[in-house]
Design a protein around this ligand. Structure first.
Ligand code: FAD
Length: 491
């Protein structure tokens, strides 16, 4: 890969800016030559640059735009919300933020677990006005605010797949920048593996077009280096996968009494090398609702063969069917509840052994709900298929030897008192200890845990984190974009 140098960024930036007629003729402010910060931010100037689409606390429209998916962070109040509708307006917003020393925080779908697209006193850059999805033959270009559901709407009548996640409201930006796993990953790789091009307005205010030949290191970083680190990506282009094989889906559940044997049989089937690339699976346990143990996924083959595999699992309830790829993906779309929650993740590099299954079932079986709305879920995303085709250093997404990604979460209600959250946090930590003792502490950057102390190596591995730090130094040395687990530039 060609190394990124600052001149390449500059050239790409000047070209893109001029083409759009948005580049300041006098040259834009660099870190060294930025005007001194005014005493009070010039909100009027930003409002003008955005054609009026700036919302301050108290303005109509401010509160709905501010509400994140995880209500645990709903009380964070930005000083303003910018609502750009073009890449040029994103550039104007970033330059304004740098000049006025107001920290910009991009938000696409707003589904970050840890509230990293919220801010107290900063500038929320809400990308909801940029949701266009344009297919061009076997590629698709997606604007920064597009959600999984927008991609579905654009591609559902084709057999061309962009492997995405399970929640229709999750933003493609956040998903792809952190990797992107879902029910097609074992067959077609991560979302970021299909990315061929992206445009970033960097922390220095330059527009950088990134692909394998241009700004290659920033392109590398945009495939797993997580959102909010280098600037604001305004668009993404992906290669699509033509799905020629038959596709079948399954949806299984078991009673609690059968949890341990069911999980052991599932783990064996998923690890079987014959099914690593044609059988996908998310399975897990829930402490509430009718279904306590479930497994859902796709099989790239006939429904008849799938049924034989399903029979081996001896489910209590079993549904299967055959459908086009997008109908299958859509079938398992799941929106978030809107409740506050806490979550931890583990990226496992080994199979799920019988002793651990027993421990997990014991721990979750004894979970005591602190309030009627309190609940816990442990979800396993099977990995180890096409996601392992690339090596850890090929992209910033490092977890190429993963067998499972585990997501542990606990939810409660907006109206529960704070002790309920504390009790749930305590129980979640206990559950995490049980699993991490055997599976280790590597974690998925798209399921961030603000309590994780070794997040740099857990999310990125030592070498990839160092490289991310170098990229950060090149494109955002002053840390205009920053959050508690944000990449820190090499000194
Ligand atoms: C209900 C639910 C289901 C999920 N399902 C899956 C799943 O199936 N697979 C999976 O892999 N993940 C899944 N996730 C996790 C999800 O992929 C991440 O939370 C993702 O980062 C969310 O993206 P977003 O754009 O919605 O979030 P946001 O909160 O808007 O953004 C996430 C991060 O990226 C930054 N950011 C946003 N837009 C940009 C941009 N244009 N340029 C630069 N930085 C930006 C934000 O500042 C923030 O730091 C799920 C999350 C939830 C809540």
């Amino acid at each position: 890969m060609k190394a990124m140098d600052r001149r390449t960024v500059l050239r790409a930036g000047a070209g893109a800016g001029l083409a759009a007629g948005l580049w300041a003729p006098a040259g834009r402010a660099t870190a060294a030559a930025r005007p001194a910060a005014p005493k009070d931010p010039d909100w009027g100037a930003l409002k003008k640059a955005l054609g009026g689409r700036l919302f301050r606390p108290g303005d109509p429209g401010f509160w709905p735009l501010n509400l994140p998916s995880n209500h645990l962070y709903a009380n964070r109040i930005p000083a303003g919300i910018a609502y750009p509708r073009t890449a040029g307006e994103v550039t104007a917003t970033v330059l304004w933020a740098a000049a006025n020393k107001v920290s910009p925080v991009p938000r696409s779908g707003g589904h970050n677990y840890a509230g990293y697209s919220t801010t107290n006193g900063g500038l929320l850059v809400h990308l909801g006005g940029m949701r266009k999805v344009t297919r061009n033959g076997t590629t698709v270009t997606v604007e920064a605010g597009a959600r999984n559901a927008d991609v579905y709407a654009a591609l559902k009548d084709t057999d061309l797949l962009l492997p995405g996640g399970r929640c229709p409201d999750v933003g493609v930006s956040g998903l792809v920048l952190g990797g992107g796993i879902g029910l097609a990953t074992r067959a077609y790789g991560l979302s970021c593996d299909s990315l061929t091009d992206t445009t970033v307005v960097t922390g220095e205010g330059y527009t950088a077009r990134c692909n394998d030949n241009s700004n290659a290191e920033l392109f590398w970083a945009c495939r797993g280096g997580a959102g909010g680190n280098f600037g604001i990506n305004t668009s993404f282009t992906f290669d699509l996968h033509r799905v020629r094989q038959a596709t079948a889906w399954y949806d299984l559940s078991w009673d609690w009494k059968d949890a341990a044997p069911a999980l052991k049989r599932l783990a064996e089937l998923i690890a079987d090398p014959r099914y690593r690339k044609n059988l996908t699976c998310q399975f897990g346990l829930r402490t509430s609702g009718e279904t306590r143990v479930y497994a859902q996924g796709l099989f790239f083959g006939s429904e008849q063969t799938l049924r034989k595999l399903v029979t081996l699992l001896r489910p209590g309830r079993s549904l299967t069917g055959a459908a086009g790829i997008w109908e299958c993906m859509h079938r398992f779309y799941e929106t978030s509840s809107g409740d506050p929650y806490l979550s931890s993740s583990i990226v496992a590099g080994q199979d799920l052994g019988a002793p651990l299954v027993d421990e997990l079932v014991d721990s979750l079986g004894s979970w005591k709900s602190a309030s009627p709305a309190s609940r816990a879920t442990v979800s396993f995303f099977a990995m180890g298929g096409e996601d392992t085709a690339l090596r850890p250093a090929d992209t910033a997404y490092v977890h190429r030897d993963a067998t499972f990604i585990v997501d542990l979460a606990t939810y409660w209600s907006d109206t529960d008192p704070s002790w309920v959250a504390d009790a749930n946090r305590h129980r979640l930590q206990g559950l995490y200890r049980v699993l991490s003792k055997t599976l280790g502490t590597d974690a998925y950057q798209n399921f961030p845990d603000p309590g994780l102390s070794n997040w740099q190596t857990a999310y990125y591995g030592r070498d990839n984190y160092k490289k991310l730090q170098r990229v950060k130094r090149t494109v955002d040395p002053d840390r205009l974009f920053t959050y508690p687990q944000g990449i820190v530039p090499t000194p």
